[in-house]
Design a protein around this ligand. Structure first.
Ligand code: FAD
Ligand code: MLT
Ligand code: ZN
Length: 460
């Protein structure tokens, strides 16, 4: 057996070092099936000390480490590079299952990196509190993975993205040292905020093992509205109008007729409204019982559905949340997650049609419209053909938008990071990476464009 693998077995136990290709396969292809790579093996440590020992062993052998949580990421960051030559070790955090009792005095909780978002949300709910992040991948996406990607989700307009929930964390750095800040002190002004630096670092600076998280007073949605709209401009205007009169709007989501058609074909769900519409706006609100407020919400709707009990609300949400699986059932999508100023959505959407037509492809567009975040899913181009990705991301940048709203950069967008970040910013980020990980062993190829393509050699 390879010496490193023998060391990993000594650390985590034979059962938790996987080398059987059938078992390893589930860890080396990402959720989209667009990205896959080769691994020496998968190691599943059970606690922080084991994670540190694994990272130290890999560092001694000069072997890259790819941290992985639920493997629901959509930018190829959770799997090794195809050119890894079988050399990387996938470090699965799923056994980091610590979940402390909720601290109701401070409204905080400490959770291990491998706890899923559904588990965390249920744990908080049992204490009468709420975790601010929710997303359709809740049953698999982990605390560590959502911090590493700074995940957004369906409640971002209410509670902010993952970094806004984060009060501290524990992580293993590339040299195997452990940093820990789980005390939950909010008033803490003692130098660089390493917690926030690791949020959104996509496994390139450290392996997150646990986090101290803010919880919110429970505020269950009482009202879900699905409204047909003539297009994205109307959807943006309607969500703004609803939010201006209702303080408790938690989600404002958008999808279009082609996406709805895919969802219905894949799930067998009936049409949601009496008539078909080019676009749909879905709003969740913690509304008061006051009928007048409801009337305000419903007034602008020409064709809409309103749900107030949990089952009916879940029925309306299915049309939105089942987009991802329905698109994947139709092919391997190029998933482009952009955000734009709300006032530019309509112009971007119109020009997007031209870009997609030129590429002889089709696009399914949906997303978190309240945050200006659109998921452009392109079906048609080959998996390795990035030309449509480049064209769509350039268009977003030209309209003052960002090339990643919530999914991160991963491997998918590393080469076009410059569309959203200046050369000075990229150099500063590289300097941080280099300070934490001088040998470039943590998730190489993620986030940064290979230096080789720019005439250098770092992190490629
Ligand atoms: P993984 O996919 O395993 O990893 C993602 C990245 O984080 C990788 O770069 C990995 O190296 C790194 N990483 C993972 N764990 C650690 C750790 N402990 N320490 C350091 N680095 C780590 N995303 C959104 O933002 N909003 C959504 O609404 C949303 N909805 C989704 C719906 C579906 C159906 C699916 C399949 C995905 C969705 N996603 C969404 C994308 C995905 O769920 C998020 O990116 C999520 O944060 C990934 O969590 P994970 O545990 O699966 O991480
Ligand atoms: C969503 O909002 O449903 C996700 O980000 C998943 C996706 O983009 O497919
Ligand atoms: Zn999303």
């Amino acid at each position: 057996m390879d010496t490193l693998l023998a060391e990993l077995v000594a650390i985590a136990g034979q059962e938790h070092v996987l080398t059987d290709p059938d078992l390893v396969a589930g860890y080396t292809t990402d959720w989209t099936r667009r990205f896959s790579g080769a691994a020496l093996g998968v190691v599943r440590p059970s606690g922080t000390a084991e994670v540190a020992a694994v990272v130290r062993a890999c560092a001694r052998h000069g072997t890259p480490v790819v941290p992985q949580g639920g493997n629901t990421g959509l930018v190829g960051g959770s799997v090794p590079a195809p050119s890894g030559g079988g050399g990387a070790v996938v470090l699965s955090t799923r056994r980091l299952r610590r979940l402390d009792p909720v601290d109701t005095l401070s409204g905080q909780v400490t959770a291990g990196a491998g706890v899923t978002i559904a588990e965390l949300r249920a744990h908080a709910a049992r204490a009468g509190l709420e975790y601010g992040v929710d997303l359709a991948a809740r049953d698999s996406a982990t605390v560590g993975g959502t911090i590493a990607t700074n995940a957004g989700g369906i409640q971002t307009i209410r509670y902010g993205p993952t970094r806004a929930q984060l009060l501290g964390l524990e992580a293993v750095l590339p040299d195997g040292s452990v940093i820990s800040r789980l005390g939950g002190i909010q008033a803490d002004n003692t130098g660089y905020d390493l917690t926030q630096l690791l949020a959104g670092s996509e496994g390139t600076l450290g392996v997150i093992t646990a986090a101290r998280l803010r919880l919110w007073p429970a505020e269950p949605p009482t009202l879900t509205v699905l409204a047909g709209v003539p297009g994205i401009e109307a959807a943006a205007a309607l969500q703004a109008e609803v939010r201006s009169v209702l303080p408790g709007v938690r989600a404002a989501e958008y999808f279009e007729a082609p996406g709805l058609a895919l969802v219905r074909a894949h799930t067998g769900l009936p049409a949601p409204l009496a008539r078909e519409h080019p676009g749909y706006l879905l709003v969740d609100a913690a509304a008061s019982e006051d009928e007048a407020e409801r009337a305000v919400v419903l007034a602008p709707l020409q064709d809409g559905a309103v749900a107030m009990d949990a089952q009916a609300r879940a029925g309306l949400w299915a049309y939105r949340e089942r987009h991802t699986e329905s698109i994947s059932a139709a092919g391997i999508p190029h998933k482009l997650d952009v955000a734009l100023p709300l006032g530019r959505l309509a112009a971007f959407r119109a020009e997007l049609d031209e870009v997609i037509a030129k590429a002889d492809a089709r696009a399914i567009v949906f997303g978190h419209i309240g945050a200006g975040n659109l998921h452009v899913n392109v079906l048609g181009p080959d998996r390795d053909d990035d030309s449509v990705d480049d064209a769509v991301l350039r268009l977003a940048a030209e309209h003052g938008g960002t090339i990643s709203a919530e999914h991160g950069i991963g491997r998918a967008k590393a080469a076009v990071l410059h569309l959203s970040r200046s050369a000075a910013e990229i150099e500063a980020m590289r300097a941080v990476k280099s300070a934490f990980d001088p040998a470039g062993l943590l998730n190489p190829g993620v986030l940064f464009p290979p230096r080789s393509s720019l005439g250098g050699t770092m992190f490629a």
